[in-house]
Design a protein around this ligand. Structure first.
Ligand code: 6PG
Length: 472
């Protein structure tokens, strides 16, 4: 029997998706150059409608038409190589899905390159890691709507479900799917950085790992309920099998990255969207990597890690509310970028659909997404939830906690860059008159860049009474 779905790349993600697809009754054929990966897949797929192919030609021959082939190979040149190998063997109407974390610019290019061949190209973000792939990921496909309709039944069957609805939907034109996934990852970076800062301060005040595990479990029952809070509780309970010590204490404090956070920041700078918390989350990963320098510099100063003696119970509540405030505005930054990018690149992304797809299966799934959905449903023209009637009350109330959190962190000499960026973002975004008038005056003085005025329209230049010392 011909297979309905083809998969190229049988690493853990690809293999788990193959098994997930087969579990839902679809015949699936996987191809990987590596014989070992094919063997593992065959073994795991025993008793299921799973087969493998030893070459792309064999894969193509085994699929029913129109062929649906998904690529789960490392982003970059390999994607181009696989597409280049497959395309001559495909026919008009066949569908290629790139399910990796490809850069949206590459997806845009590949989409355009395939336009004339009649082969459909879907750039699709897949989130949820290995477990998500196996038991229900969140998926963000983009391209043309007709291609999506051809694969919709399979994707909806294998997706995570939130309130009974599949966590997959058409995101928009060309590279919209990979753009949405990139922003998802940017938010992921910000939330992880914020959680680590709260950990840093509470650890400084003497909290034990067992207490952290209890606290994160408790938080996961309230307004912070989310995948990242849930897994953090699990991490704090883990022991190192060799030493019996808490594993978290043995892990080196250097955070790595594959680039999607950086891409989000780059894109926001290009589109003039303020995204300070994702920027700082990327920078803090770089700073964490400077371990040798940090170790050397730490010896020159003595302001760090001072116990403030703040009441721990009170501080825990402050941290919870500061995180709640921060989570809301990290998502707000990402969603605002999505809106601007959508308008700029003609993606036609619907924010409510994005928020719905993120409710389950993905790394940033959180109870907060329900509130975000409601806010955008009530006020479809919302540019940022700071301006929403639904969020303004809670933001006003929780601002006090983030101020308290930051005062304590500063007294302790514990860095909290992302959380402080959130407060500064909020304070600036809710201030009618910023001191930017001074920047305009300076620009005009040294470069005749002109300025606008508050009392009349137009562009103005002043002959400022300044003479450089060298000219006197
Ligand atoms: C997901 C994740 C995933 C990402 C990792 C690692 O949605 O499942 O976003 O796609 O690759 O989180 O990202 P970094 O290595 O950049 O931290």
């Amino acid at each position: 029997m011909a297979a309905r779905f083809g998969m190229v790349g049988l690493g853990t993600m690809g293999r788990n998706l193959v098994l997930n697809i087969a579990d839902h009754g679809f015949e699936v054929c996987g191809y990987d150059r590596d014989e070992n990966q094919r063997k593992i897949t065959e073994e795991a797929g025993k008793g299921k409608p799973v087969s493998t192919a030893a070459s792309s030609a064999e894969l193509v021959a085994k699929l029913e038409t129109p062929r649906i082939i998904m690529l789960l190979v490392p982003a970059g040149k390999i994607v181009d190589a696989v597409i280049g190998e497959l395309v001559p063997q495909l026919q008009k109407g066949d569908i290629l899905i790139d399910g990796g974390n490809s850069h949206f610019i590459d997806t845009e290019r590949r989409y355009q390159e395939l336009q004339n061949s009649g082969i459909h190209f879907i750039g699709m973000g897949v989130s949820g890691g290995e477990d998500g792939a196996r038991f229900g990921p969140s998926m963000m496909p983009g391209g043309n709507k007709e291609s999506y309709e051809l694969v919709k039944d399979i994707l909806e069957a294998i997706a995570a479900k939130a309130e009974g609805e599949p966590c997959v939907a058409y995101m928009g034109h060309t590279a919209a799917g990979h753009y949405v996934k990139m922003v998802h990852n940017g938010i992921e970076y910000a939330v992880m950085q914020m959680i680590s800062e709260v950990y840093g301060l509470l650890k400084n005040e003497g909290m034990t790992n067992a207490q952290f595990a209890d606290l994160f479990e408790e938080w996961n029952r309230g307004e912070l309920q989310s995948f990242l809070i849930e897994i953090t509780a699990v991490i704090f309970r883990e022991k190192d099998p060799e030493t019996g010590k808490d594993l978290i204490d043995l892990i080196l404090d250097k955070a790595k990255q594959k680039g999607t956070g950086l891409w989000t920041s780059e894109s926001s700078l290009e589109l003039n969207v303020p995204l300070p918390t994702i920027d700082i989350a990327v920078s803090m990963r770089y700073l964490s990597a400077l371990k040798d320098e940090r170790t050397a510099f730490s010896k020159l100063y003595d302001h760090q890690n001072q116990k403030t003696g703040t009441n721990l119970e009170a501080l825990k509540n402050i941290c919870r509310d500061a995180l709640h405030f921060s989570f809301m505005l990290a998502y707000a930054q990402g969603l605002e970028l999505l809106q601007v990018a959508s308008a700029n690149y003609n993606y036609e992304i619907d924010i409510k659909t994005v928020v719905k797809v993120w409710r389950g299966g993905c790394i940033i799934r959180s109870v907060l997404l329900k509130d975000l959905f409601n806010a955008y449903e009530k006020e479809p023209d919302l540019t940022n939830i700071i301006g929403s009637t639904q969020f303004s009350g809670v933001l006003k109330e929780k601002r006090k906690a983030i101020v308290q959190f930051l005062k304590t962190a500063m007294d302790a000499g514990v860095a909290a860059s992302s959380i402080s960026s959130i407060l500064n973002y909020f304070d600036a975004y809710t201030t009618e008159r910023l001191p930017a008038n001074l920047i305009q005056a300076q620009r005009d003085l040294f470069g005749a860049h002109t300025y606008e005025r508050i009392d009349k329209p137009g562009s103005f230049h002043t002959d400022w009474p300044y003479t450089p010392a060298e000219a006197k």
